[in-house]
Design a protein around this ligand. Sequence first.
Ligand code: THU
Length: 131
Amino acid sequence: MDNSELFKMATDAKKYSYSPYSGFKVGAALLTDSGKVYTGTNVENASFGATNCAERTAVFKAVSEGERKIVSIAISGESDSLVFPCGICRQVLVEFGDENTKVICGNRKGDIKVFSLKELLPNAFTEFEGM
Ligand code: THU
């Protein structure tokens, strides 16, 4: 599963996006250390704050099926510029990623650029005292 294949799966997943409020469809596809791929879309809500991003949908699907380690995640949106994960999604990805986790960001033309999770969220909060 290379970066382009994973990005294609993210793009295909976009068709299931539930985004009647923003009209902005986002798809995500992540590869776990067991070799499985999980996809997700943004799922919006009339109460906007209840919206879930595509990345978190994919992470929660994977984790709730027993996965614990994300090797890479691709994000596909509908803008001319690359779509990057939001701050909340970066924090969620850190929980299930490591120093090698890759984030593949793409635009609607299909251009992709690969970042490390660490460069997207340096000095992330990972634990609190007492744990
Ligand atoms: N969105 C995502 O799903 N992922 C991102 O990385 C950026 C934003 C969604 C949330 C909302 O449904 C819509 O895009 C507009 O913000």
